[in-house]
Design a binder for this molecule. Structure first.
Ligand SMILES: *Cc1c(COP(=O)(O)O)cnc(C)c1O
Length: 354
């Protein structure tokens, strides 16, 4: 049978039963793309480097892996409505899956801090979107209170079914490579995804489907780096809006993933993020959103500090969490606008220097 989404593919590893009504948009099964030019750009030309392009999920981010589980379970548990706080991609995904399930979807977004592509998705899928004064962390506090009434199901990544769904990203990587990579680099925001990947790698190695576990390398934006600083950040700042989070819900689990794997959690500047964002698009043909590029910026930073790593032939995967089209304003802000030219062949050739 053709591909049916992550629940059917990895059913025996997930908390679902024959009674679970599966709500799927055939998420997952995303490509693991070799990127040798990017390895040279990062200063580590010998690496066997791949990007996992999660922007190719149905709503354009990895959130769909978690949302197919969260919404299917909400339906199984006879919920009528779901609620989330969101920097954008969670709401886009929740809205899409809720519309398919016939559930009401309520979204709280931090005022003025959400990329246009993401907001347009939530609106189009019929979510009830409210902008709240404050940042993501404030919106998440509100969502916790509202869902505590039992009238709405919370579908942020503190919902354990989200983590279950998202761990399938690790399964796919191991299935593709026939083993786990040596290192995995990824952005860290609310820290659900690093928690999920580490769970997936541990489960697969326990089942002997992988002979090793990767070092988990998580990257926060410098202006939103609570785990690196060891304390919450009151007003987090970064152009990478998907990781603009000052008090991650899965903080402890992220530290456990780091420590158990022998990895690290570090920060990268917005300039480093934008430089990786441009390199991915212009040298490898892969367009991701700024937050996703924190993984590749982190790789470059790590390679610059660890000579043995930079010269090694390690197998490395960078997770590209969301699609570049989510945030077209950022792309146009960092690249030159198109020039105008007379509609004549000679004028065009002259412009081209040909
Ligand atoms: C949600 C998101 C992140 C952060 O993931 P966490 O699980 O919150 O750490 C990173 N990048 C993109 C594109 C996202 O949508």
């Amino acid at each position: 049978m053709s591909y049916q989404g992550i629940i059917e593919k990895y059913r025996k590893h997930l908390p679902v039963s024959a009674a679970t009504p599966v709500v799927s948009l055939k998420e997952g099964n995303t490509p693991l793309i070799p990127v040798p030019r990017l390895a040279r750009w990062a200063g580590a030309p010998g690496l066997r480097l791949f990007v996992k392009y999660e922007g190719l999920n149905p709503t354009g981010s990895f959130k769909d892996r978690g949302m197919t589980m969260a919404i299917s379970k909400a339906l199984e548990e006879k919920s009528r409505a779901v609620v989330c706080a969101s920097t954008g991609n969670t709401s886009a995904s929740a809205a899409a899956y809720a519309s398919r399930a016939g559930l009401r979807c309520v979204v709280l977004i931090p005022a003025g801090a959400i990329a246009l592509g993401k907001l347009s998705q939530a609106v189009m899928h019929g979510a009830e979107v409210y902008s709240v004064a404050g940042n993501f962390d404030d919106a998440l506090e509100m969502v916790k209170k509202v869902s505590a009434t039992g009238k709405l199901t919370l579908v942020n990544s503190i919902n354990p079914y989200r983590i279950e769904g998202q761990k399938t990203g690790a399964f796919e990587i191991v299935d593709d490579l026939s083993d786990a990579p040596d290192f995995q680099f990824m952005p860290v925001g609310n820290a659900g995804n690093i928690t999920a990947y580490w769970k997936g790698y541990k489960e697969y190695s326990d089942l002997k489907k992988a002979s090793r576990r990767p070092k988990m390398m998580g990257y926060q934006a410098e202006g939103a780096a609570p785990i690196v600083r060891g304390e919450p950040v009151k007003s987090p700042q970064t152009i990478a809006t998907a990781i603009r989070i000052g008090n991650p819900a899965s903080w402890k689990q992220a530290e456990a993933a780091r420590d158990e794997s022998g990895g690290r959690i570090d920060s990268v500047t917005d300039d480093e993020i934008l430089s990786a964002y441009k390199a991915l698009a212009s040298q490898e043909g892969v367009f991701c959103e700024p937050a996703s590029a924190a993984s590749v910026a982190g790789l470059k930073k790590y390679a610059a500090r660890d000579d043995a790593f930079a010269r090694s032939a390690a197998t490395v995967v960078c997770i590209l969490t969301g699609h570049g089209l989510k945030d077209p304003d950022r792309a146009m802000a960092v690249m030159p606008a198109p020039k105008s030219v007379e509609p004549r062949a000679d004028a065009i050739l002259k412009e081209l220097g040909l």
